[in-house]
Design a protein around this ligand. Structure first.
Ligand SMILES: NC(=O)C1=CN([C@@H]2O[C@H](COP(=O)(O)OP(=O)(O)OC[C@H]3O[C@@H](n4cnc5c(N)ncnc54)[C@H](O)[C@@H]3O)[C@@H](O)[C@H]2O)C=CC1
Ligand SMILES: NCC(=O)COP(=O)(O)O
Length: 340
């Protein structure tokens, strides 16, 4: 007996005024050249039709249910209509689309839970626009952690953000918080938990037998023995010691400024940074086009392009699809480890 066909990847359309709609259309149009597995979009068909016209793509869009998506993918872009029809205004924020944006994500997670999709790829959302309508999660990462807790009760669901590129993988220990709040948020337990989840997922999902984690300091020169800030000595160093005691190949705290040049990158598999920009700046500088945002620590697979909504490019047809395509391929590999 042959293997059953792979389930499709569920893709959320993301911010309607951003480049998410362009990306799904361009990716489907170039699916063969990009070696993309079957996927479907939870979004709005009317808006996608309008955007396809704007960027000069004459492609078939099919309104389907998730269980039919795989069968349609070779001939048309399968769309699971989610929410009301939207008006296509590229680059223009509209408060009334916020509930649809959230419903796209929730619907995809429910599809995975229901066995209809193998993994999730999210398109970028306008975070500030969602906050303005009362959305209480800083980003997808935290929202997906909450959805995992709701739909997989009892399963471990501490979401950890990783930006993975061919030349660098990084994890920010604190994510979407103001820089002034970082020192207080950094605890030994948080660093240890993040390191353990990272090491576990690099082993079980990414095939590293003994992943080497380089842990950044917080202060210049990792604090110079507590003379330029005490967090490196009093919080981060003990956390590194605990990770080592747990059998994880962790080193640090390292001075972050000298951790990302090519020879330094040979000494580790992944960097844990203490705050968002400490590690996302090098990751996006080195591999903006190929980078993929992966959420570790969830009971399901979620990836995303590493960029945002790029309002200025929406509807122009010029948005690069490399990162989105890499996100779809990686979701497929992670969700179907025995079939690639
Ligand atoms: N995963 C998510 O949902 C993310 C959402 N965002 C959201 O994106 C919005 C804009 O954030 P920014 O910091 O301006 O980042 P951005 O990534 O949208 O744009 C930064 C620069 O990169 C360019 N760019 C982005 N994607 C591109 C692509 N595919 N092809 C070619 N050029 C591209 C843009 O034109 C711009 O010059 C914010 O509302 C933020 O909340 C940002 C990052 C991730
Ligand atoms: N800068 C990366 C980013 O903000 C991604 O956030 P999320 O929406 O994936 O949590």
């Amino acid at each position: 007996m042959g293997r059953p066909p792979k389930k499709p990847i569920a893709v959320s359309m993301g911010e309607p005024a951003g480049i998410g709609p362009d990306l799904v259309l361009l990716a489907w149009a170039n699916r063969k050249a990009l070696h993309l597995p079957p996927f479907y979009v939870r979004g709005d068909k009317a808006l996608l039709a309008s955007r396809a016209h704007a960027i000069g793509l004459n492609i078939r869009l099919e309104d389907v249910s998730p269980d039919q998506a795989g069968a349609h993918f070779s001939k048309s872009l399968p769309i699971v209509q989610t929410g009301p029809a939207l008006v296509d205004r590229p680059g223009v924020e509209q408060a009334e689309t916020a509930s649809s944006v959230i419903a796209f994500i929730e619907g995809c997670v429910e599809d995975i839970r229901g066995g209809l999709a193998s993994g999730l790829v999210t398109n970028p959302i306008n975070k500030a626009a969602l906050y303005r309508t009362g959305f209480s999660y800083p980003g997808h990462t935290e929202f997906l952690g909450a959805l995992a807790g709701k739909h997989w009760p009892g399963a471990p669901a501490k979401p950890v953000m990783m930006i993975a590129g061919p030349d660098l993988m990084v994890v920010p220990v604190t994510i979407h918080i103001p820089i002034k709040d970082v020192p207080a948020a950094l605890t030994e337990d948080l660093i240890v938990e993040t390191g353990e989840i990272t090491a576990h997922d690099l082993q079980t999902r990414f095939g590293f037998s003994n992943p080497r984690l380089a842990i950044c300091g917080l202060n210049p020169h990792a604090g110079e023995d507590g003379t330029i800030g005490t967090e490196d000595r009093d919080v981060i160093a003990p956390a590194v010691a605990r990770l080592k005691a747990a059998g994880i190949a962790a080193t640090g705290p390292h001075s972050a400024d000298t951790l990302f040049h090519p020879p330094a990158r040979k000494a580790y598999d992944c960097v844990l940074g203490m705050y968002h920009d400490q590690v996302l700046i090098p990751a996006k500088t080195i591999g903006f086009d190929e980078g993929v945002n992966v959420t570790l620590g969830l009971p399901f697979v979620r990836t995303s392009p590493d960029h945002g909504t790029a309002y200025g490019l929406a509807g122009s047809g010029t948005a690069r699809i490399d990162s989105f395509s890499a996100a779809v391929r990686l979701a497929d590999v992670l969700a179907n480890p025995d079939q690639v």
